[in-house]
Design a protein around this ligand. Structure first.
Ligand code: PAF
Length: 280
């Protein structure tokens, strides 16, 4: 596997591959790779000739500097994971390489980027669109792989792809869970053992909500009440939304695709955990 840190070298390498008719898969990551990322990389390796995995802790998508500071940085072990998965290129540029000048572009795709995470983390999805659009321009991939763990992110990126006319196919990949049911996340390494013990309740309660036979608003409230009754967990929001547009729904027959998206604070630090469940 080649580890590349310059845009020019990445583009030169990919130009040569494309000239040979090779298909390129891109897996954008911020590093601290876990089994969830590995599943995206393996899928890209299966479906493309060349898999590029970007490892870039993108500062413009962090609205909380403390969150950026404590984000795990594990480049050496990340490269070992990528080698094992069969990726051909790890692209690990510096912040200066990606942002030689501050990125002043503004992206706006309501309601996908204004609800839920968008409302609570101002500028977050703008930063995601800044880096993902740059990565798409730099690699010009045939396919790009994103974990459904960040369900809202995929909806925003789809809108951006349609808006800017990128030719890339967005490939959403299912959430990978620990045996406990906890959705795998780089942030899980920050959980203390007692926090790790209660965090799986999030997915358990979400799953149980499917068989409560309640209306939409009552299901939202049921999930919130159940989780808030567990000491150490506090729900920030639970919204049941149209799975494509992310607009709120008020009845189960309002859309063909309906998903519940949740963010929960876990423990004393606290760590923000995100998850979702599909109702239909
Ligand atoms: O999902 C992530 O890890 C990040 O938001 C992404 C897509 C790599 C952009 O920095």
């Amino acid at each position: 596997m080649q580890v590349i840190d310059s845009i020019a070298q990445l583009q030169e390498t990919l130009r040569a591959e494309r000239a040979k008719g090779k298909r390129i898969g891109l897996v954008p990551t911020m590093g601290a790779l876990h089994e969830g990322h590995a599943s995206l990389v393996r899928r890209s390796v299966q479906e493309n000739d060349i898999t590029v995995v970007s490892i870039f802790l993108n500062p413009t998508q962090f609205n909380d500097p403390k969150d950026l500071e404590r984000y795990p940085r594990t480049l050496d072990s990340d490269c070992a994971v990528l080698e094992e998965c069969g990726a051909q290129i790890a692209f690990a540029p510096s912040v200066k390489e990606i942002y030689p000048e501050p990125d002043t572009r503004h992206f706006s795709y309501p309601p996908t980027d204004t609800v839920m995470e968008g409302a609570r983390r101002p500028g977050h999805f703008n930063g995601v669109c800044q880096i993902v659009s740059k990565l798409f321009m730099m690699t010009d991939p045939d396919r790009a792989y994103f974990g459904e763990k960040d369900y809202q992110q995929i909806a925003v990126i789809r809108r951006m792809v349609a808006d800017l006319g990128f030719r890339v196919e967005i490939v959403p990949c299912p959430v990978i869970r620990e045996a406990s049911g906890l959705a795998m996340s780089s942030r899980n390494t920050l959980l203390a053992p007692e926090e790790k013990a209660i965090a799986p309740s999030i997915y358990r309660i979400l799953s149980e909500s499917k068989s409560q036979n309640l209306g939409v608003a009552d299901t939202e409230q049921w999930v919130i009440d159940q989780l808030n009754s567990i000491p150490g967990l506090e729900v920030e929001y639970y919204n049941i939304v149209n799975g494509d547009t992310l607009a709120n729904v008020t009845a189960w027959d309002e859309a063909d695709s309906i998903v519940g998206c949740i963010t929960v604070y876990c423990g004393k630090t606290p760590i923000r955990l995100i998850d979702h469940i599909r109702y239909k």
